[in-house]
Design a protein around this ligand. Structure first.
Ligand code: URA
Length: 235
């Protein structure tokens, strides 16, 4: 693939922008600056450096962000900064989208991709992908609340009760709650339905993929093939 076209596919701007990047000597491959925008490279596994930052050619991108509180999962934010501000420009140019959304005040694992099929798979209610949340509550957790969450709670505007796939008390004011749906404010509404209230909410895992312990708050990272296949496993 021509270098100019390759850079364009990876989100480094229009073809003229990419041509200029190359001609300005800002691209290195295999330890050498490449100033020919029409030089041919095999993209598979290609590592290239743009302005000193190393990138790997990727046909599609899959990434995990450790979402901080105080960020909205939207391009049209209303009151807070956007999670998209935490990602580098080439990924935004590639039009990565979040896989579902977390509330502004929810923290934890949030996925992004530019692969429409992948986004569909992991947001479709039919797939029953598990999502594990650490819920900090306002009032004490008790056995009745857990039993009700496991049996299913009737929420306003929902045709049928929604049950937690798993629920365990992890502290006096803390629950580990697994749900398989992605409805608006689902966890907050379920907890309210058992007469408690969410004080803090953190998503720890999606399917079999746990938020990496070394992915610090506000940081993102590409998922490797093992992590992508872990997603399909049960949490
Ligand atoms: N449920 C909620 O109530 N909020 C989230 O951000 C995610 C799940």
């Amino acid at each position: 693939m021509e270098l100019e076209r390759l850079l364009r596919s990876q989100g480094f701007g229009s073809r003229p922008d990419c041509r200029a990047l190359v001609r300005q000597g800002r691209i290195s491959i295999g330890g050498e600056v490449c100033e020919d925008p029409y030089a041919e490279f095999d993209p598979a596994g290609l590592e290239f450096i743009v302005d000193g930052v190393s990138w790997l050619y990727r046909d599609k991108v899959y990434l995990a962000l450790h979402k901080p509180g105080g960020y909205e999962c939207s391009h049209q934010v209303r009151h807070h900064p956007s999670v998209y501000e935490l990602l580098p420009k080439p990924l935004l140019t590639r039009d990565v989208q979040s896989v579902g959304r977390l509330d502004e005040d929810t923290t934890g694992l949030l996925l992004f991709s530019d692969d429409g099929q992948f986004i569909h798979t992991y947001t479709s209610p039919k797939k029953h992908v598990t999502k594990l949340y650490r819920v900090t509550t306002k009032h004490r957790v008790d056995a009745r609340q857990i039993a009700e969450l496991l049996a299913g709670v009737q929420l306003h505007d929902e045709p049928a009760p929604i049950a937690a796939a798993a629920c365990a008390q992890t502290g006096e004011y803390e629950l580990a709650l697994t749900v398989t749906e992605g409805k608006y404010h689902l966890v907050k509404r379920m907890i309210a339905a058992v007469s408690n209230r969410v004080e803090a909410l953190h998503r720890s895992a999606i399917g079999g993929l746990t938020l990496p312990a070394d992915l610090l708050i506000g940081q993102w990272r590409f998922l490797d093939a093992g992590q992508i296949s872990a997603l399909a496993g049960r949490g």
